[in-house]
Ligand binder design. Structure first.
Ligand code: NI
Length: 392
């Protein structure tokens, strides 16, 4: 079966590259993937799949029906949105939309999803169970997965597979990660209110800027002294505003930040832990505060059994030396984790690096993809789907 999958994928390769280049040159921002969704739906319909559009706002869902022998339902999820970045590559199929670019490889993900559907549809054998393909919008804003879930895409799903490109892994190779793949990412908004006064008379005022600096310092130090160092926490205050004049003590400071963590227990305790530190410093110096801690996406935790299937599929397809077992997770975030609240899943990393040129990171205006990765991704995903049914 592997050789059939490889043959079909190899024949489809020129078409898949054409699809990827079309999507790359027509990028759309999160929640506005209208043309991309219509294009995806067109390709899927032409393979004979049952397609539903406008799921999760601009998402697309397609099902490849199985024989019904196996009641399990496997979902394959890819994402379709691009970023507000002005592309600075010299590709002849570069973005035609000013200020919008597929700089996170979602054009490749969508193509891998489509290629997997095309290969499985052409295999000429019914799979024992049904595969549901999810083409999700708005991953970059961490909204799309929840829109899709709200529209019921996880109903009856037993397991879910996902993929993300990675420029530090060479094209043609695959990265497999057991356990945490990405971090939980939450947002923090903190307002500290003191009392204004003359810059020369601090004792008659409550200096919100100084108290804010105490809070930031205390939070960073408390991470190193009160959080388990084997369970990382990153807290970044990325924006801070306060004060009106050099000689006036500021009465208000507003801070915005992001909080990353990997371990679910750590994540659960963070809001209380942060509030405790903020409250005690503000109380000491007589300031008031409002803290708004917004949960973002949880950490992606790859299921061991499904990750084993993915690893076995990749190793059989490409040989062990083209499969990297990733020893470290990323502190980036991925809303694939929201699906994992409904069913276990695994996401693999698809290498898109090329040793013969600079490999810019994800979200870089010169981000490039080794297109050989597309067939690698399609074969790995399609064969993992096939193997899923033979694993109890
Ligand atoms: Ni991405």
């Amino acid at each position: 079966m592997l050789s059939t999958i490889k043959d079909i994928a190899a024949k489809l390769a020129p078409r898949l590259i054409e699809i990827r280049r079309h999507i790359h040159s027509h990028p759309e921002l999160s929640g506005q993937e209208y043309q991309t969704a219509a294009y995806v739906a067109g390709v899927l319909s032409s393979c004979g799949l049952h397609v539903q559009e406008l799921v999760g706002k601009t998402g697309v869902v397609a099902e490849l029906a199985g024989s019904g022998e196996d009641a399990r339902l496997l979902a394959v999820r890819t994402d379709m949105d691009a970023l507000p970045i002005h592309e600075r590559t010299d590709l002849d199929f570069k973005s035609r939309s000013l200020g919008i670019m597929h700089a996170c490889g979602h054009d490749v993900h969508t193509t891998v999803g489509l290629g997997t559907a095309m290969v499985l549809a052409q295999m000429g054998v019914l799979l024992p169970g049904t595969v549901r393909f999810l083409f999700q919008p708005a991953e970059e804003t961490a909204q799309g997965a929840s829109w899709m879930i709200r529209d019921g895409v996880m109903e009856d799903v037993t397991s879910i597979f996902g993929v993300h490109v990675f420029p530090t892994i060479p094209g043609g190779s695959v990265g497999i990660r057991y356990g945490a793949l990405t971090a939980a990412a939450d947002d923090l908004e903190l307002m500290i209110t003191g009392e204004s006064g003359h810059g020369a008379r601090p004792h008659e005022a409550i200096d919100a800027i100084w108290i804010a600096s105490q809070v930031i310092t205390a939070l960073q130090q408390a991470i190193s002294r009160t959080q388990n160092p084997l369970r990382p926490v990153v807290l970044t205050i990325g924006q801070i505003q306060g004060g009106r004049a050099p000689n006036v003590i500021a009465d208000q400071v507003r801070m915005l930040g992001t909080v990353r963590s990997l371990h679910p227990e750590t994540s659960a305790n963070l809001p209380e832990w942060i509030e405790h530190i903020v409250a005690s410093i503000c109380a000491t110096y007589g300031a008031k505060y409002t803290l708004n801690y917004r949960r973002g996406v949880p950490s992606v935790q790859n299921d061991p059994g499904l990750t084993q299937i993915m690893e076995a599929a990749a190793s059989e397809a490409w040989g062990g030396d083209r499969v990297q077992i990733l020893l470290e997770p990323s502190l980036g975030a991925e809303d694939f984790s929201l699906y994992l609240d409904h069913a276990p899943g695994t996401m693999f990393r698809l290498g898109v690096g090329n040793p013969d040129r600079p490999n810019y990171p994800l979200h870089h205006p010169q981000f490039l993809v080794d297109e050989a990765a597309i067939v690698t991704g399609v074969v790995t995903m399609a064969y993992a789907v096939y193997k899923y049914w033979s694993t109890p």
